[in-house]
Design a protein around this ligand. Structure first.
Ligand code: ADP
Ligand code: MG
Length: 687
């Protein structure tokens, strides 16, 4: 990192935007283009056009109603146009004095009073017209467009764009691609004859080149990290006959499903190999991943190593903790082993005790939240790291857990779990170096959840339904809408719902859970619900999705149209865990015009149509793109900028086939290629 003190604001902004290197600048492609090559007469313009005109100022005055503004009228000989400025300086008034000829550019609105432009850009008329389309880049306030444009062109000119594709490889691509310099020059500096549509057509040879490059970099870096991991050592952990693993199996109150047994064996095989496991365990909500993880931990512990289980929220972590204690502690006690508990909200003294247990190795298993990866946590010998709901952690956090044994030159085995299945295209691209185990079967005795779409106007009926469920001794979740912009609003809404329900259901304990409650309070509410005393739990966000209360039989989701499909599916998975017939009510409110939008309806209908998490994930990917699956928002991991997995599957295939050949036969080109595309970020792809 350069010393940023000596840098100007725009320079700092460039670095902040990840545009430090010439190549980064060169790869920062325009968001869109503006056509400043022509002056058009107002007469030929249409409503909504972004137009560039040259005209004479015929009036310039300050108006005070409805608010203070500068109103400038211009006439280009074909028509007149009113320019409005709501914030302006005296100097602007001067520059727009009556009689001045100006070149004005802005979006045209037709109105009652004729043409208008609000806050157009303007300069003196007559200057030279650019000969090409003007690129417009995404930027931030402290980095003016013009500065960025110059920086990008400078970067483009200086960057080393020599070909990193092995000889003869470009020719194997269909359709034919351009070379990198051609492609970038075309997109940054389109020549006057290039129509806008060509620039936007991602099938164009210039785009194809960029996509091919990007996908190749991604595949190379993943393959590279896979190979690096293969030279690392992890302990070879073999299940002992009659050992902890078998004892745990025997002690469980149920028999494993065939799918659980199969994935258990896949994991056990990895653990026994002495190479670091890097496996994703995916299975629909309620498919029983926790017990599979516990069995894996039992193998590690029996071999004399520690296991760690990290969950994204305190409630989830605590639930795991209780479950694991219940299963394991009776088996641990005779061996003098313990389960430790680590969370952010813990009292100092308790925490210190736990840290000591972890460091000494007496805690054979450590369960907790992010607290598990903090610096003060020293494992004696971590052999297996388990991450639940892995997509809710950032990449850096996953790396931190894996790095816990770094000083000892060791790498723990890594087991990640997720109820959000990764669609095949993603598995091939982002998770190319990940082994995947899938639990594709639910434990027996579950009753399918009936899903109903109900308009918000029929809330009363829903309340009635709740009353009858509670009267039968069942419990109910009520999830309030997620309003992304405002946690405060979320809260008001949930509080109101909580009050209404409490009033409507006399004699029923109705609880409220929201993300900003102190952990102790959350814990208290949760334990009343798990304990069965609380009939209805109103909750604001989806953070607590992993909870397991088999007696709950009704899930109401308010403003269901605001949730992602996978989220809805996860929430729905909270019910139907016991033998009772269960239902999920998706309350939707009709938007403006009194109707739910067509896509929104189609999405919600998909929920009612299928209970298959994979199918839902597939539809979700179509609708929302890959971010949700990758946990990208938290991780900052480089998503694909140019390629689109929905349309570029052929290029992805090509890159997948080329990557191993290139690493073997052209390692220098491979290194250069990933450095160019990923720079310092390639580390992130390893987690
Ligand atoms: P998830 O995969 O969503 O994390 P859990 O591990 O929380 O699911 O399991 C859901 C519930 O099913 C738990 O109460 C768990 O004890 C129970 N369970 C797991 N496996 C089985 C099984 N084979 N038979 C019956 N119940 C099971
Ligand atoms: Mg779970």
């Amino acid at each position: 990192m350069p010393d940023t003190k000596a840098l100007s604001e725009p320079q700092k902004a460039l670095i902040k935007m990840g545009l430090a290197r010439d190549i980064d600048l060169a790869l920062h492609l325009p968001l869109r283009y503006e056509d400043e090559t022509r002056i058009v007469p107002l007469r030929d313009c249409r409503e909504g056009d972004t137009a560039q005109i040259e005209a004479t100022v015929t009036a310039c005055e300050i108006a005070y109603r409805p608010r203070r503004q500068l109103l400038v009228t211009v006439d280009d000989g074909s028509d007149t146009c009113m320019l409005r400025f709501f914030s302006f300086y005296p100097s602007q008034q001067k520059a727009l004095a009556v009689g001045t000829r100006v070149r004005v550019r802005g979006e045209l609105k037709g109105g009652f009073l004729g043409w208008q432009m609000v806050h157009p850009t303007y300069k003196p008329a007559g200057g030279e017209l650019p000969s090409a389309l003007t690129p417009v880049y995404s930027t931030v306030a402290s980095l003016p467009q013009l500065y960025l444009r110059k920086a990008v062109l400078g970067g483009l000119a200086r960057a080393d764009l020599s070909d990193t594709f092995p000889p003869g490889v470009s020719e194997t691509l269909r359709p034919v691609v351009w070379n990198l310099r051609e492609a970038l020059t075309f997109l940054h500096q389109p020549t006057p004859d290039v129509p806008l549509a060509t620039l936007e057509d991602r099938g164009h040879p210039a785009w194809q080149r960029l996509k091919a490059e990007e996908l190749l970099a991604q595949q190379l870096s993943q393959l590279q990290s896979k190979r690096e991991r293969e030279v690392l050592r992890s302990p070879a952990l073999a299940a002992k006959p009659g050992g902890l693993h078998e004892q745990l199996l025997a002690a469980l109150p149920f028999k494993l499903t065939a799918a659980q047994r199969r994935v258990g064996e896949e994991i056990a095989r990895d653990l026994g190999r002495g190479l670091p496991m890097h496996r994703l365990l995916q299975g629909d909500v309620g498919s029983g991943k926790t017990v599979v993880a516990a069995l894996a931990a039992a193998i590690a512990i029996d071999a004399g190593w520690q296991g760690a289980l990290m969950a994204p929220t305190e409630i989830l972590a605590e639930q795991h903790f209780r479950k694991l204690i219940g299963w394991l502690e009776p088996l641990f006690a005779p061996r003098g082993l313990r389960v430790a508990w680590l969370t952010g909200s813990q009292k100092k003294k308790e925490r210190a005790e736990m840290l000591a247990l972890v460091a000494s190795g007496e805690a054979a298993l450590v369960v907790g939240t992010h607290a598990v990866i903090q610096d003060q946590v020293h494992f004696r010998n971590l052999g297996l790291a388990i991450i639940d709901e892995q997509h809710r952690f950032g990449v850096a956090q996953r790396l931190a857990l894996r790095d816990k044994m770094k000083e000892a030159g060791q790498e723990p085995h890594l087991l990640m779990m997720s109820a959000t299945p990764i669609p095949r295209t993603l598995a091939m691209s982002y998770y190319a170096d990940l082994d995947v185990s899938t639990i594709d079967e639910l434990p027996p005795g579950r009753t399918p959840v009936v899903t109903k779409l109900i308009a918000d106007s029929r809330r009363e009926e829903v309340t009635e339904r709740i009353r009858s469920q509670v009267a039968q001794g069942r419990q109910v979740y009520w999830v309030c809408p997620l309003i992304e912009e405002s946690e405060a609003l979320d809260l008001t809404n949930a509080t109101a719902t909580h009050e209404t329900l409490s009033a409507a259901l006399p004699g029923v304990m109705v609880g409220l859970l929201h993300s900003r409650m102190p952990p102790a309070e959350k814990k208290a509410v949760m334990s009343l619900f798990t304990g069965g005393q609380m009939g209805v739990l109103v909750s604001t966000t989806v953070i607590e999705v992993g909870v397991d209360v088999p007696n709950a039989s009704l899930m109401v989701i308010e403003h269901a149209e605001r949730f992602g499909l996978s989220q809805l599916h996860q929430l729905r998975g909270r019910v139907g865990r016991g033998a009772a017939a269960s239902a999920c009510v998706l309350l939707y409110s009709a938007g403006e015009g009194g109707r739910l939008g067509e896509t929104a309806r189609a999405r919600l209908k998909a929920m009612a149509d299928t209970a298959d998490g994979f199918e839902i994930a597939r539809r979700d990917l179509e609708i929302r793109g890959p971010g949700e699956f990758l946990g990208a928002r938290q991780s900052g991991a480089p998503l694909l900028r140019f390629a689109d997995l929905a349309t570029d599957i052929q290029l992805l295939d090509w890159a997948r086939r080329l990557a191993p050949l290139m690493l073997d036969r052209h390692p220098e080109l491979a290194r250069k290629h990933t450095a160019r595309w990923l720079g310092g970020k390639s580390e992130y792809l390893k987690a």
